[in-house]
Design a protein around this ligand. Structure first.
Ligand SMILES: Cc1cc2nc3c(=O)[nH]c(=O)nc-3n(C[C@H](O)[C@H](O)[C@H](O)COP(=O)(O)OP(=O)(O)OC[C@H]3O[C@@H](n4cnc5c(N)ncnc54)[C@H](O)[C@@H]3O)c2cc1C
Length: 423
């Protein structure tokens, strides 16, 4: 159990959250003359961009989650605690937890990320499958496989929509998930269940806006729509989901879809612990920061990653909630605190654009850079792979991902498509 005081004479840097932002900060603090404490509710780092690959059997759990102690345990000045943050008291310079004693800090890095936003949709919290954590991805995979097994035993379930999947959200999360589920369905599961009638297994993508991929240029939107349609994904735009039950999805248009699976990839909101800071929050419950990523009026507090509303000095736009933004902001803050402790000057944060990208399926991806350059097809998939390999936290994870991706490309097999029951 962590103690609240600090008997050491060195400053204590408390990092809340072991995502891209928190881990990036911790790793850059390796040489700081400080005691670094990293707290996360899990004892592992989650690589969210690849969750859909875990959910569709392409990658294994250990390629998507990595022990936090493994990532920073070799740093002599750093300890990791598993704990759930409940609040931060800016005046007392103290974080509170559900399951640990309060921890005081000299510097705080707030990197608790974002969480799913169901926008008040009836039944969604109970019945939808969100895609933000490792358990979410394994639950979805188990549920999909279990529905096919159930249909194999009792074909009447197919008429009731047992094999149908509705995916909510036409952004990268929804599009990537829809493409991957369609490939899993039309590839491996067709072969796995030869006696199950396939023609009633629908994959439906629902987007409330007029088109998919609204953040991308029109030609990328058209490309994504065609790539999904080629993979048999039905696309419904301009309508939202109004209610979900275990076997039915109701759209605002009144249409009811028989489906035992609804995947939610539609919306994010900043971590609710941000509200405990007692500040006015920005759109999506994100926390506004100064150019060096510190909290206005609190130079000892930094906010990084998805929970921060970081304004790009060039475009004047709030940077998107991306792994590369989170990692770079965390690393910047780790360097900044190291320099401050050493009495050196610090710099404002400058984001190096890695592009916004999504992969839709085998050989189909699209990339758009901040300044407008675009790529599609195999070239974009290679760029996507390179950026995501760079984001993975260790060489071991990169090697695992390369082996799994190469295996799947050569054999068109998704080795992880089985379930392990809880004893
Ligand atoms: C399905 C999906 C696909 C994505 N695809 C891409 C992509 O292709 N490319 C890309 O660049 N980005 C992608 N992103 C976005 C990217 O994953 C995020 O921008 C990034 O994870 C944000 O990092 P972070 O450190 O801010 O937050 P997170 O990675 O969310 O980390 C926050 C950490 O805080 C912990 N935490 C939360 N609340 C508490 C609490 N109360 N107490 C203790 N610990 C807590 C969590 O366990 C977590 O470890 C995707 C996101 C999702 C969900």
């Amino acid at each position: 159990m962590a103690s609240s005081g600090n008997s050491s004479t060195r400053p204590r840097v408390l990092i809340l959250g072991g995502g891209f932002g928190g881990v990036g900060a911790a790793q850059k603090l390796e040489d700081a003359d400080a005691d670094v404490v990293l707290v996360d509710r899990h004892d592992y780092h989650t690589f969210q961009p690849l969750l859909y690959q875990l959910a569709t059997g392409l990658l294994e759990q250990t390629a998507v989650g990595h022990s936090l102690r493994d990532l920073v345990g070799h740093q002599d000045n750093t300890v990791v605690h598993q704990g759930t943050v409940s609040a931060v008291d800016l005046d007392k310079r103290e974080a509170r937890f559900d399951d640990l004693e309060p921890i005081t800090y000299d510097y705080l890095v707030f990197g608790l990320g974002a969480q799913v936003n169901f926008f008040g949709t009836e039944g969604a919290p109970e019945h939808a499958f969100p895609m933000y954590t490792l358990p979410h991805a394994t639950n979805l995979k188990d549920h999909l496989v279990e529905r096919w097994e159930a249909a194999d035993h009792d074909p009447s379930l197919i008429d009731d929509g047992a094999l149908n999947v509705v995916i909510v959200g036409g952004g990268p999360t929804g599009v990537e998930t829809a493409g991957a589920i369609a490939e899993l369905y039309r590839g491996e599961l067709v072969k796995d269940y030869p006696e199950v009638s396939q023609d009633q297994a629908r994959v439906v993508l629902v987007e409330a806006g007029p088109e998919l991929f609204m953040m991308f240029k029109p030609k990328l939107r058209e490309y994504a729509t065609k790539a999904l349609t080629d993979r048999t994904v039905e696309i419904k735009t301009g309508t939202a989901v109004s209610a979900v039950s275990p076997t039915r999805v109701t759209l605002k248009s009144g249409e009811e879809i028989k489906a035992h699976t609804l995947v939610w990839g539609a919306g994010l909101q900043g971590n609710p612990v941000g509200q405990s800071l007692g500040l006015d929050l920005e759109r999506g419950n994100r926390i506004g920061v100064d150019p060096d990523l510190s909290l206005p009026g609190h130079p000892e507090v930094y906010v990084v990653g998805d929970v921060a509303a970081i304004v790009d000095p060039e475009s004047k736009q709030v940077l998107p909630q991306l792994g590369s933004v989170a990692l770079q902001s965390g690393e910047h803050v780790g360097e900044t605190i190291t320099r401050r402790i050493a009495g050196k000057k610090t710099k404002p944060f400058a984001y190096k654009d890695k592009g916004t990208m999504a992969t839709i399926g085998r050989g189909a991806a699209c990339v758009q850079m901040l300044r407008g350059r675009t790529m599609t097809g195999k070239k974009a998939q290679v760029a996507w792979g390179a950026v995501h390999l760079a984001l993975l936290p260790t060489n071991e994870d990169r090697a695992k991902a390369i082996v799994d991706w190469t295996g799947a490309t050569l054999t068109h097999q998704r080795a992880g498509r089985f379930t392990v029951e809880q004893s």
